[in-house]
Design a protein around this ligand. Structure first.
Ligand code: HEM
Length: 422
């Protein structure tokens, strides 16, 4: 299958002009379709790129790593930043209470309490569930001979897994995906009134649902060691007792559970969708993987690098600093260009190439530093099981119509991806 011609000009001067004019708040369709030529022009011409709203876009690997690694200079606290879009709403309450948008000491406390859910033992317990789920989904797809890669496969896996981690009963999982999409959709650089309203309604419904689930779990208990909800309830005000400063308040517990679903849902869906898309666009790589299934571990790292599901991170400077030779005053807001950094030739040889054997591969798809993705082992395991089994199950995989991209800057993936398989 041929890769479509880029909509970007070949002319370096035109690309330089496009880079200098780049504004995350005024994105063109060709950027949402294929941001990489522009990322390259930014790296080469304006790696610490000022934008009209006063923020900066970072596109070089070393600059992005420098920001991630220095949590004292580069704050994750978003109380100031979320005010204009979210006001006093529940979206504000949610996003400013989740650990990812906070600094120590609150961040350290929540991260420590979450840790038992992400031990190798918990991961092992979850892996057999993922394998069984993937095989069930593949059986259903085999029976039909066609599927939508996103709806029928990629999105079903993380939602079920986090449903298991939170102990959400099977017959109550229906709304989870919609809530998560609505809450994360509200993080786009430009927010429509409809997106805002959907996000607020989703937080309200999800919060009420979880409060009820917590009440039931407290009554009934759980002996499932991988169930994060029970672990967090024990570590929260819901259980009373001493050590209040180490505990989670009720609100903190609810919002961090909501965040877990959001953090692990769309990102992992997109890892699976983007990985299979890359293989369909590179039939020689697909064949290589079929011949040598053990390549799946390094292949998943390469999918994460080349088409990172999460393309942007943000930080704000707590003091005057210098980045990539540019002086930035205290208060400067930066966009960490994960997708751009992951194709920086200073870090990755032949960075535009899909190389299933690439090693080392120190990509930034999971960030790095104190906020590095807590669920990265889980996400990797899901990607390995899902993509590995999908390509081994079907000898023929073909597009059955044009895929539809999500059309968003922060989360890169597909909304629909019709396939014929056999
Ligand atoms: C391919 C899938 C995934 C990708 C690409 C991804 C990416 C990321 C990134 C880039 C961050 C850092 C954010 C920052 O520093 O600003 C992050 C944080 C986080 N992720 Fe993931 N993630 C994935 C899957 C998951 C899963 C499956 C879970 C759990 C179920 C999870 C839980 C978290 C948590 C709890 C944090 C916050 C860590 C902290 O603030 O200390 N993620 N993720």
């Amino acid at each position: 299958m041929a890769t479509p011609a880029s909509a970007w000009p070949d002319d370096p001067a035109a690309m330089r002009a496009a880079a200098l004019a780049f504004d995350l708040k005024r994105l063109e369709p060709r950027f949402l379709d294929d941001p990489y030529p522009l990322y390259r022009a930014l790296r080469e011409n304006d790696p610490v790129h000022p934008m009209p709203d006063g923020s900066y876009f970072l596109s070089r690997y070393d600059d992005c790593v420098a920001v991630y690694r220095d949590a004292e200079i580069w704050s994750s606290d978003k109380r100031v930043d979320f005010r204009p879009n979210f006001g006093e709403s529940l979206l504000y309450e949610h996003h400013t209470t989740s650990l990812v948008f906070n600094d120590p000491p609150y961040h350290t406390r929540v991260r420590r309490l979450l840790a038992p859910a992400f031990t190798p033992r918990a991961l092992k317990a979850l892996q057999s569930r993922v394998e069984a789920l993937v095989d069930r989904l593949l059986d259903a797809i085999t029976a039909h001979g066609r599927c939508d890669l996103i709806d029928d496969f990629a999105s079903a896996i993380p939602v079920q897994l986090i449903g298991d981690m939170l102990g959400v009963p099977q017959n109550e999982r229906g709304p989870l995906r919609g809530w998560s999409l609505a809450i994360l959709g509200a993080l786009e650089p430009v927010l429509s009134p409809e997106q805002r309203a959907r996000g607020i309604a989703a937080v309200a419904e999800f919060k009420a649902y979880l409060a009820d689930l917590v009440a039931r779990r407290r009554r009934e208990g759980s002996d499932d060691e991988s169930e994060i909800l029970s672990i967090l309830i024990k570590a929260s005000e819901f259980s009373g007792g001493d050590g209040a400063e180490e505990r989670l308040s009720k609100l903190e517990l609810l919002h961090n559970c909501i965040f877990l679903l959001n953090a692990g849902h769309e990102t992992t869906t997109n890892l699976i969708g983007n990985g299979i898309d890359l293989l369909l666009r590179h039939p020689e790589a697909l064949e290589e993987l079929r011949r040598e299934p053990a390549l799946i571990d390094t292949a998943v790292e390469e999918f994460l690098r080349l088409e990172s599901s999460n393309q942007l991170g943000n930080r704000r400077a707590t003091r005057d600093t210098v980045l990539g030779g540019v002086a930035l005053p205290s208060g400067s807001y930066v966009h960490i260009g994960i997708g751009a950094a992951n194709r920086d030739p200073a870090q990755f040889a032949d960075p535009e190439r899909l190389d299933l054997r690439r090693q080392p591969n120190r990509h930034l798809a999971f960030g790095t530093g104190i906020h590095a993705c807590a669920g990265m082992s889980l996400a990797r395991m899901e990607g390995v099981v899902a993509i590995g089994r999908f390509v081994q199950r079907f000898a023929a995989i073909e597009r059955d119509g044009a895929p539809v991209r999500g059309g968003r800057a922060r989360f890169r993936g597909f909304l629909r991806y019709p396939l014929r398989v056999g």
